[in-house]
Write a protein that binds this ligand. Sequence first.
Ligand code: AHR
Length: 321
Amino acid sequence: MKRFTTVAAALVLTTVTACGSGGSGGSDEADDGTITMGFAQVGAESGWRTANTQSIQQAAEDAGIELQFSDAQQKQENQIRAIRSYIQQDVDVIAFSPVVETGWDAVLLEAQRADIPVILTDRAIDSDDTSLYETFLGSDFVEEGRKAGQWLVENAEGETNVVELQGTTGAAPAIDRKEGFEEVIADSPDIEIIATQTGDFTRSGGKEVMEAFLRSHDDIDVVYAHNDDMGLGAIEAIRAAGMEPGEDIQIITVDAVEAGMEALAAGEINFIVECNPLLGDQLMELAEQVVAGEEVPERVVVEETTFTQEEAEAALPDRQY
Ligand code: AHR
């Protein structure tokens, strides 16, 4: 009891109950059959994340699933603490989007021993033990990196110096988007990554790193940003340096959130690879199946597209995020 109180108290700082008001907790579903899900979110670092959180909260409400929601503020230790709290509460299912890829086996083993199924959403973990989770719902980040690289290979003219704004160090989308991009440009000796650094998936991080790149390099042709927010930060830095983003320096990003799409339509970004954050409905369906003991696929990949400037203009009026 003492342990439960301590863990719960520590979590209050970052926990929001999205649906219901605390409720009965899990214990193999409430008497009325309501499923309780504990969801440990990465944080609120980007427009993508905001849209993803809204999608999950809305989908839980629509499905009648009671959601215990926590925001880890991009810190793995906060996510682990949240997951332990959900185990203590004996929720019916735990879902989370891991901040980084490694270091999850111990806490997921605790969930397994407590007989609580776990669903990975958005980001994968790096573990040899795939029995620690039921399924992984999310994008193919390596493919996203390949699409970004492919556009550059098709559009680069002559020697092309690229600076890369990486996502959070150790996070699956940062590792995979780098890998996919490098794989595709490897056959184009004229394209070179001359600098690469993390901007932590935030606009301020992207701006700060781009300012430093501009101070140390006067020959930047292209920015490859692992998300829109960092690309938007880079736009501010390029402008402040007296150059035109999208013209003097071309920009490729990933996500296609509204602010990114507006910048693309305005010619400040040149190409965006979509990463769909609207995972809520699929997640709730998988949760219902898992709690009912039904078989689910090991991997559910989200369908995505890409946008040029003209395509962004056409898509913007119907965009949901
Ligand atoms: O894991 C998805 C990535 O996380 C998004 O591309 C980025 O914007 C977010 O922070």
